[in-house]
Design a protein around this ligand. Structure first.
Ligand code: GDP
Ligand code: MG
Length: 276
């Protein structure tokens, strides 16, 4: 295991604001005057083409909460990549370029879920956010993803690629087969729990860290998303969805998830709904 940590350059902070809500606060908001801390967990497997740019975007997000910068912790979990695409983070220059970044390396490839769980075990933020290492999602969406949790309005927020779109709209770059799988998983989650979920498989899952111990996550691969969704909804915890930007990539650009993973995801939703 290797750690890289550096001082973060100052950025002009962007205030976080949320739409007014009448929901009963499930947790008190982070107290006025207290610093909020965000842990961004990034599972990586062979993302040589996008990792550096993604990290630059993540670290450049100037976030503020109640007049104070949000403290940022970026945890990159390399799942034994064999494209050399993570090695630059071991270089001294990266300590300056990538603020508050911690690199953890698995000795063998274990899967996305295992990498996220490794990252979660090292997270110290009040809020944790899962960020893929590709550029399909846009870190500029962080303020709206964080706001409901920092305001005490939600414990779980999902960034939805479908919310606010016509029912059959397909986000740019999303393969039709992926669209079908995403819709089936969202409809299944909604039906199983009688709660509207428009994007079950989104990468942007944001949780109050206090939830993690309760969820006892065990996912190894792409079953992370359905395990979290099922366990959160089964506990009666609402998932707040906010619309996000998305530009999908194809397998020729490094996408690794396969349609067979959707079967596994579907059974994972059902398994945690009824059997565990
Ligand atoms: N740690 C780890 N991450 C993986 C693995 N396979 C994919 N990922 C990461 O999971 C994220 C999402 O992968 P992707 O293939 O784009 O799937 P999708 O975005 O969920 O459709 C990316 O950051 C990948 O690097 C793996 O075996 N281990
Ligand atoms: Mg992706």
């Amino acid at each position: 295991m290797t750690s890289v940590k550096a001082d973060r350059p100052a950025h002009a902070a962007r205030p976080i604001a949320a739409a007014a809500s009448t929901a009963t606060p499930p947790l008190p908001p982070i107290a006025a005057g207290a610093a909020a801390r965000l842990s961004v967990i990034i599972p990586v497997y062979n993302e040589k083409n996008t990792l550096r740019e993604l990290l630059e975007l993540v670290c450049a997000q100037p976030l503020a909460w109640q007049g104070r910068p949000v403290e940022l912790e970026v945890i990159v979990v390399d799942d034994c990549s064999n494209d050399g695409g993570v090695d630059f983070l071991e270089q001294p220059e990266s300590r300056l370029a990538f603020p508050d970044l911690r690199l953890i390396r698995h000795a063998g490839n274990r899967g996305k879920g295992a990498a996220i769980r490794t990252g979660l075990a090292h997270a110290s933020g009040d809020v944790v956010l899962i960020q893929d290492a590709d550029l399909e999602y846009d870190p500029a969406d962080y303020p709206k993803l964080l706001a409901p949790i920092l305001m005490g309005e939600a414990r779980v927020v999902y960034g939805s690629r479908f919310l606010g779109q016509p029912p059959l709209a397909r986000p740019p770059g999303m393969h039709p087969a992926n669209w079908v799988c995403n819709k089936l998983l969202s409809w299944t989650a909604s039906a199983l729990f009688a709660r509207r979920v428009t994007d079950e498989a989104t990468c942007y899952k944001v949780l109050h860290r206090s939830l993690l111990a309760e969820l006892d996550l065990r996912a190894e691969r792409f079953d992370f998303c359905p395990e979290v969704t099922s366990k959160v909804l089964r506990r009666g915890i609402a998932i707040r969805e906010v619309p996000i930007a998305y530009r999908g990539r194809g397998t020729n650009e490094g996408k690794k998830i396969r349609w067979t993973d959707a079967f596994h995801a579907w059974f994972t939703l059902v398994r945690y709904r009824f059997f565990e």
